[in-house]
Ligand binder design. Structure first.
Ligand SMILES: [Cu+2]
Length: 410
């Protein structure tokens, strides 16, 4: 292929790549940090980029200059050897020491930044265990500092207080994932049976988007991250709300949500999803096999691959306090400006919920989850054939009842 043709093919690709870098709305732009740790990284990238830029220009510029200046000008002098500088001590010591000095500076800056990223959270910091699983993130909070992450268990949205260092312990229940919210910090792998410490801090309240960045199977691209930073007061309120248990319904209650409650507890839902105050028994030490117990106390001891990956599902106790579901792939709020502006604790208000709940998305999910998100992996001997939520063949009536019931889980 001629150089020209190659350029003609590569040109448009380069232009597309270049234009993509100009996106106005780029929620995952790592070069626009919005928290301490992401800024630490940015403060490392910028000087090193400048240093590499200078080296690049000097070396490449020098090479081009010399190539032009000393090129063979005519056939007569084509085989002439240029003047040799081998053995020039000043030059040789110079170009050994200078790069070493430059790398030394880069090394010191890098190591200092890495130490910053790993600083221990203060004793009273919010601590969250982040559990990657195919294909969603679970967040478990240790609020009393006793080292067990069981005070709040939620999914999809990591809620943190803004302006504070939040200590994470990142792990996985099945395969290797990687946690990355680019505006708040760099990435950290989630590896089964390991716990990786990490920090997050968001300077301002807001929503920060990220995604799993380690290929983890079928729905890897649909395993998103949403960090929601709230003012301290709002965060405290969120914590209080999250610790309230859900209601149960009497047998003679014929309201739609009571019917939905019965579908939830009598269908398989309750064997995978925990709603605190409703089916804790099914997840208690006595009544469940050991692997399921781990889903309460956190991962770490599950070694049977089939058990590692089956029957773990998002805790639904406060499902409606989130704005997304299924690995943050779908919005639970309708896509209008008014509803988008409600913020994360949108479901508190009955009217907001009535007006803004995206019923269609939720109903579609219950009608046939694998059609909404690729989840069923092929059958591998010795492994569970199922990841995620199966199609439970619900009737339309049951779906309506379930939506009514789920709407009460605020
Ligand atoms: Cu993943």
């Amino acid at each position: 292929m001629s150089v020209l043709r190659r350029a003609r093919l590569l040109g448009p690709a380069a232009v597309v790549a270049l234009l993509a870098a100009c996106a106005g709305n780029a929620p995952q732009d790592t070069l626009e940090p919005e928290g301490k740790y992401a800024k630490d990284i940015d403060n490392l990238i910028s000087p090193i980029f400048v240093i590499s830029g200078i080296v690049f220009v000097l070396v490449l510029g020098g090479a081009v200059l010399i190539a032009i200046k000393y090129r063979a000008r005519d056939d007569e002098h084509f085989d002439d050897m240029p003047h040799q500088v081998h053995g020039n001590n000043t030059l040789e010591i110079g170009w050994t020491i200078l790069p070493a000095l430059i790398l030394g500076v880069v090394g010191v800056l890098s190591v200092a930044a890495i130490f910053n990223l790993y600083e221990e959270p203060p004793a009273d910091a919010v601590k969250v265990q982040v559990v990657g699983q195919q294909w969603w993130w679970e967040y478990r909070y240790d609020l009393d500092g006793d080292g067990s992450y069981e005070e709040i268990v939620t999914a999809n949205e990591l809620v943190i207080p803004s302006g504070e260092q939040v200590g994470l312990e990142i792990t996985s229940r099945d395969v290797i994932h990687s946690f990355w919210a680019p505006k708040l910090n760099g990435k950290r792998d989630a590896v089964p049976n390991r716990s990786h410490p990490w920090n997050l801090q968001a300077d301002q309240p807001g929503e920060y988007i990220g995604q799993c960045t380690e290929f983890c199977g079928l729905s890897h691209a649909e395993m998103r991250i949403k960090v929601v930073a709230l003012e301290r007061d709002d965060f405290d309120q969120w914590v209080t709300d999250q610790q309230v248990e859900a209601e149960t319904y009497a047998e003679d209650d014929t309201s739609e949500e009571a019917e939905g409650y019965r579908v939830f507890t009598q269908q398989l839902c309750a064997s995978c999803h925990l709603v605190a105050g409703v089916n804790d028994d099914e997840f208690s030490d006595e009544s469940i096999p050991e692997f399921h117990r781990d889903s309460i106390g956190g991962p770490g001891t599950i070694t049977d691959p089939e058990l590692q990956a089956s029957r773990h599902a998002p805790n639904l106790t406060h499902f409606m306090s989130r704005s997304t579901f299924a690995g943050a792939k779908f919005d639970l709020r309708r896509d209008t400006e008014e509803c988008e502006a409600l913020g994360v604790r949108w479901a508190e208000d009955e009217d907001d919920l009535e007006r803004c709940l995206d019923r269609g998305a939720l109903e579609a999910w219950m009608r046939n989850p694998p059609a909404e998100k690729a989840m069923a992996a092929e059958v591998v001997p010795g492994r569970s054939p199922r990841r995620g939520m199966p199609n439970l063949e619900l009737t339309e009536e049951q779906i309506d009842q379930l939506v009514a019931y789920l709407s009460t889980l605020k």
